[in-house]
Ligand binder design. Structure first.
Ligand SMILES: Cc1cc2nc3c(=O)[nH]c(=O)nc-3n(C[C@H](O)[C@H](O)[C@H](O)COP(=O)(O)O)c2cc1C
Length: 171
């Protein structure tokens, strides 16, 4: 089983990395850090309507291959202004190519979002956006956990992270 993990924080010692350390990563796991990649913003050129590829030539070429090959995709992301840090948003937007050329493969997905604020009112909104993002990546079976009111690593419920990780590993 190929597992792709996308870790969207710029911090090397932040809460996202702490969550990553709790996850039991299996052998065939790959981690990508959008902040360390060159991913240009989607220009909305619409070239991908006709052809299943993006005309921009950058690190997304490698990311497309990883998304296509994965059986599970886990995204760990801080919440930035009720959305995603810019490099992750660029990655997500560039997968518009799959909107026009759907991925057949059925994968499992896990989205873990971290915010300083409680974020309770925004959970239905995050559910909705992950439904569309994951659908676009060939994932209908997914779970979302929003770690709201998170100021330090101690605020993270490790048991909850482990439970979600176990769910992801079930075939
Ligand atoms: C630019 C920026 C915007 C942020 N916006 C939000 C927000 O809208 N809601 C929220 O709950 N936290 C927000 N935060 C707080 C981060 O989500 C929080 O610090 C998170 O724990 C960072 O995770 P990390 O340590 O893995 O980077 C923001 C932080 C930054 C730097």
């Amino acid at each position: 089983m190929k597992n792709l993990l996308i870790v969207a924080s710029p911090k090397k010692n932040g809460i996202s990395r702490f969550i990553l350390s709790i996850l039991d990563r299996q052998e065939d796991s790959e981690i990508i850090f959008p902040y360390e990649l060159n991913i240009q913003a989607c220009t909305g050129c619409e070239a991908c309507f006709a052809k299943k590829n993006c005309i921009l030539n950058d690190d997304m070429t490698k990311v497309y291959k990883k998304i296509e090959a994965a059986d599970t995709i886990t995204v760990i992301s801080p919440i930035y202004f009720f959305g995603f840090p810019a490099p992750l948003k660029a990655l997500i937007d560039r997968t518009q190519v799959y909107w026009h050329h759907p991925l057949g493969k059925k994968k499992k997905g896990l989205a873990l979002m971290i915010g300083e604020m409680p974020n309770v009112f925004f959970i239905p909104y995050y559910e909705k956006i992950w439904k569309y993002i994951f659908h676009n990546w060939g994932i209908e079976n997914f779970k979302l956990k929003v770690f709201g009111s998170t100021k330090t690593k101690n605020d993270i419920d490790k048991t909850e992270v482990k439970k979600l990780n176990d769910w992801l590993k079930e075939s």
